[in-house]
Write a protein that binds this ligand. Sequence first.
Ligand SMILES: Nc1nc2c(c(=O)[nH]1)N[C@H]1C(S)=C(S)[C@@H](COP(=O)(O)OP(=O)(O)OC[C@H]3O[C@@H](n4cnc5c(=O)[nH]c(N)nc54)[C@H](O)[C@@H]3O)O[C@H]1N2
Ligand SMILES: Nc1nc2c(c(=O)[nH]1)N[C@H]1C(S)=C(S)[C@@H](COP(=O)(O)OP(=O)(O)OC[C@H]3O[C@@H](n4cnc5c(=O)[nH]c(N)nc54)[C@H](O)[C@@H]3O)O[C@H]1N2
Ligand code: SF4
Ligand SMILES: [Mo]
Length: 730
Amino acid sequence: MNEIVNPESLLGAKEAGAKESGAKSEGVTETFFGGCPHDCPDTCSMLFDVKDGQLQGVRGNPDHPMTRGGLCVKLKDYEKRHYHPDRLLHPMKRVGPKGSKQFERISWDEALDTIVARWKAIIDQYGPQAIAPYSYLGNQGLVHGLNGGDAFFNRLGATVTERTFCGEGSCTAWLLTVGPTAGLDPDSYIHSKYIVIWACNSVSTNLHHWAIVKDAQKRGAKVVVIDAYASRTAKGADWHIAPKPGTDGALAMALINAIIAQGLVDQDYVDNYTVGFEELKERARTRTPEWAEGITGVPAEDIRTLARELATAQPAAIRMGVALERHYGGGQTIRAVTCIPALTGAWRHVGGGVTQFGVWEHPYRFDVICRPDLIPEGTRVVSNLQIGRALTGEMQLDPPIMSMMCWNSNPVTQAPETDKIVAGLMREDLFMVSAEHFISDTASYADILLPATMGAEMEDMILSWGHLYLTYNTKCAEAPGEAIPNNEIFRRLAARLGFEEENFKWTDSECLEHYVDWSSPACEGIDLAYMREHGFARLKVGTPDDRAPHRAGNFPTPTGKCMLKVEGATNFVAPPFRQMYEGFQPGEALDPLPDYLGPRESHANDPELAARYPLNIVSPKSHYFLNSCYANMEDKQRGQGEQFVMISEADAEARGIRDGDRVQVANDRGAFKGVARITDDVRAGIVVATLGYWRQLNEGTVNSISSGAFTDMGHAPSFSDNLVEVSRAN
Ligand SMILES: Nc1nc2c(c(=O)[nH]1)N[C@H]1C(S)=C(S)[C@@H](COP(=O)(O)OP(=O)(O)OC[C@H]3O[C@@H](n4cnc5c(=O)[nH]c(N)nc54)[C@H](O)[C@@H]3O)O[C@H]1N2
Ligand SMILES: Nc1nc2c(c(=O)[nH]1)N[C@H]1C(S)=C(S)[C@@H](COP(=O)(O)OP(=O)(O)OC[C@H]3O[C@@H](n4cnc5c(=O)[nH]c(N)nc54)[C@H](O)[C@@H]3O)O[C@H]1N2
Ligand code: SF4
Ligand SMILES: [Mo]
């Protein structure tokens, strides 16, 4: 195996204006530390093999306790993505009709001058809020993911685009209940005796945690997966429980009922470390397993068994997936689930408790990264989930959005109400800029395209939301064509606009010095030099073998206790991913106690709609794609197959659909097509179609039918709360 070289000298040379790093070691393959920049809880530590400035191959870092030397199917040949023939290599301008993908190469100067001139004209006529940024965690780097863009657009005075794609409803519920704690360490599951994976398809989306779960299973742990269908993960479990989508809140309330009714409460833990037990007990009194059976379709006896095992097989662990938040009552569901380990006392044990996001204990300085202090007072906030409504004018905005810049995100495939987004992007008077690796579905509508660098071509540290390690990524390969890192794009734009703040002048290395609170206790003994030398570092927040942060309460809530009940709370959009801003108007009052709020689009809640669109669709992640990334690459397409629609035998038969038929999935918002896959893996009434397929390669996408309505908390998306009808397509 190649030796890991310390890249520091190379970086220094680069910044002093020397040749590209790769050129230093002609003909020799050297290995550098990388970090997977994708939006994935595993944030793998990688090894980049580089020769003559070219990425030759990638491997998982064998020394990283979670990566354990392995990468997923998406990243195992990451170099192919770097050198894909369709990669965007030069700035381009649109020369055909919007969306026609007719572009012509231009220089960086022309591209940036055009952007600045158009923006200045828009600001003169409409004010800066007529410009809207659009980004997400397509790159999770602190420098090239979160930074640059946020600080830049805040300084510009642009509309703040709220980013609530993923986890903000969960974060709101989590903060209300237990506060900003990483909770149960995913590494500690090796000590768990009972593991519940709830609305998470770990085999596809959290592979390195699944490996730990499998090890625990070999050591005798029972693994339970609660999923709306028989996912790959459900098939690897000892027990698959399949509630109807969006009914998990009823299941969670019935578990609370059954834990109490069976006398399984850890009363000492409850008395000392929780607030509101008596009220929760009263609330749960009528939420019996029989009541929940009628809603969820899960037999009452199974609910009692799950409650008993969860309470008695300690340490018991619950891993919540983001899909738990994806229906109208998602926030309340997550509050209910988060209460369970406090009732059973699971927090007392290493390997017991509940896991949401590790990010809460990472010492990232989001205020320095995103500069919310630069946002002019009174700036409006528009939701990234409702960008179609904003662009088309359905949402009344004064001034209207006249320009949008998109990077690190692909809303045309990923955001709901696609047809509205496309209609908005087709507006002749909208000036659209996209920084991208490929001409994605969104970039197809750009007026100016900017080529961005990829993984091995830029220095960064990768935010990890799913574990407790810091991750470093070396700039070790030459960027092809004229691609530059996101942060350099914003540095150049800031310089042209005369922004004087020092953060717009920091090099990427200097950014990293500022973006992590290196003096925090979690970073004891760790600094940037350490990161460069070792590639990753475990935060000093306890080890997987001794960490039980809430053994004796110690919750970072206002009371220091687990809040089963929260008095006077109002809805809010939680940090950290939503773009930092002050002055969010407090939302509607929240129920002090958790409860079941069913889905919005259901037979119970909207029978008229359900009569026309009787099927509930779930659109989880694709195994071979990373959101919409890789869906344009042939080998991944081969693995994933074309867009399919999983449907039960009964539903297929009632519609005259045979296995392999081309079908249309539709509702009032839009339609997409796919191939019917008749299977027992879904129950009647539910269809499953996975996410990420490109609209330009398929007829519509799953988000053509998705609603942009928020759930109960944190302006979260309702991707699991959509009714559709499926029919044979001609
Ligand atoms: N129906 C349905 N919809 C969903 C979901 C679902 O489960 N169901 N999941 C939701 C979730 S959890 C999320 S997080 C969102 C994700 O939504 P997005 O973040 O929009 O997802 P990606 O497809 O990863 O888009 C990232 C884009 O950024 C580009 N990119 C990557 N790195 C860089 C870079 O360094 N610079 C620049 N300029 N561009 C870069 C990639 O090429 C890609 O086109 O989707 C949401 N949408
Ligand atoms: N291969 C792959 N890995 C990924 C991604 C990817 O696109 N592809 N995306 C990354 C991102 S951005 C994220 S946020 C994570 C997300 O990873 P996960 O948390 O696993 O999220 P999803 O895949 O959206 O959904 C997980 C499971 O929840 C189930 N589900 C949906 N609705 C419900 C419901 O109402 N109740 C119950 N009980 N189950 C439900 C789905 O059937 C699915 O099997 O994965 C990351 N990793
Ligand atoms: S996508 Fe996730 S599992 Fe795959 S290499 Fe990246 S961090 Fe690891
Ligand atoms: Mo996500």
